[in-house]
Design a protein around this ligand. Structure first.
Ligand code: NAP
Length: 316
């Protein structure tokens, strides 16, 4: 069976893919074009796509009988794949849950601390050469220890963020999700997002992207937040209404935001880049060698299971 991997991978994943499969590894780091997606479905038995490879209904509609039987997504988020259209075309989809959890939670904490303590702004000040030296009222930020955390979507990553905040920073944890959660330490579910936004010092977005969660954090949720509060988004950019967030930051209706993801990624609006009260990371959530190798191995495990006729370990 012929396998297409749509991006360069770590050396460990490349070595295994070459040893176990008849594989083509695309050398570009950009998302697949429409024509490349059509060719992926038409010319390969197995495809390992990733973030931004938009296998939507239009792509499936162009390939009447796809040769491809499996899209083994590299990454837990699969909102770029129309799973219903894939299923209708007889194409299975899998993802890589778990492998990404701790690294993404670490990135959320990086952003939370950076935003609270104005670390990016301070770093820019030192680099500028204009730092006048320490004084008692310079660059006062938000204390983190003992504060309240609100998690939107207490799934694997949400719970890992909450665990870090509870055990590491003695924070009280509130959350919204579709069902009650018992992560093994005290957490309180609030009935709706606006109540959560109003109650906490740090509001962290950890729901999947897609039509159901698009603009879940809108102008009303942002308006409910307290002026000293910070918004952190490590999930998907489209979950937050970016224009409303820019306005809230410009008017200092919230104290700050820490973003790993953007609504129209990789485009980051100039209005956002001009603001000092936002910390901007280039989608670094899982960006470590070990984690990217674990993700690749998990995707290859799904491919190997499919080839062996076994159930997919991580079907979606
Ligand atoms: P997960 O375990 O499936 O958790 C998702 C959580 O969101 C669950 O608590 C779920 O609630 C809740 N949820 C789902 N749909 C919802 C809705 N419509 N309204 C309210 N809550 C909803 O997923 P995960 O592994 O934690 O990953 C979460 C997301 O993080 C991924 O989908 C991905 O997009 C993103 N991510 C980003 C990066 C990065 O590099 N920045 C890395 C990894 C993942 P229930 O359990 O009650 O259904």
């Amino acid at each position: 069976m012929k396998l297409l991997i749509t991006r360069p991978m770590t050396a460990a994943v490349v070595a295994r893919a070459r040893a176990e499969f008849d594989v083509v590894i695309r050398s570009e780091t950009t998302v697949l074009s429409h024509d490349e997606m059509v060719s992926a479905l038409r010319d390969y038995d197995l495809v390992m796509p990733t973030l931004g490879d938009g296998f939507d209904a239009g792509v499936f509609a162009e390939v009447a009988e796809p040769r491809c039987r499996l899209l083994a997504n590299f990454g837990v988020g699969f909102n770029h794949i129309d799973v219903a259209a894939a299923s209708a075309a007889g194409v299975l989809v899998s993802n890589t849950p778990g492998a990404v959890t701790d690294a993404t939670a670490d990135t959320a904490l990086t952003l939370l601390l950076m935003s609270a303590r104005r670390a990016a702004e301070g770093e820019r000040l030192v680099r500028s050469g204009d730092w006048p030296g320490w004084h008692p009222t310079q660059m006062l930020g938000q204390h983190v220890t003992g504060k309240t955390l609100g998690v939107i979507g207490m799934g694997r990553i949400g719970a890992a963020i909450a665990r870090r905040c509870h055990f590491g920073f003695g924070m009280q944890v509130f959350y919204t999700a579709r069902s009650d959660k018992s992560p093994g330490f005290p957490v309180t579910r609030l009935p709706d997002l606006q109540q959560l936004a109003a109650a906490v010092d740090f509001l962290v977005v950890a729901v999947p992207g897609g039509a159901e969660t698009r603009h879940l954090v809108d102008e009303h949720v942002l308006a409910a937040m307290q002026p000293h509060a910070h918004l952190i988004n490590i999930a998907r950019g489209e979950v937050v209404q970016q224009q409303a967030l820019v306005a809230a930051l410009q008017e200092q209706r919230i104290a700050g935001a820490g973003l790993d993801v953007y609504e129209f990624e990789p485009e980051v609006p100039q209005a956002l880049r001009d603001l000092d009260n936002v910390t901007l990371l280039p989608h670094l959530g899982t960006a470590t060698e070990e984690v990217r190798s674990d993700m690749g191995h998990m995707a290859l495990d799904n491919i190997a299971a499919f080839v062996a006729g076994a159930p997919l370990p991580n079907a979606v």
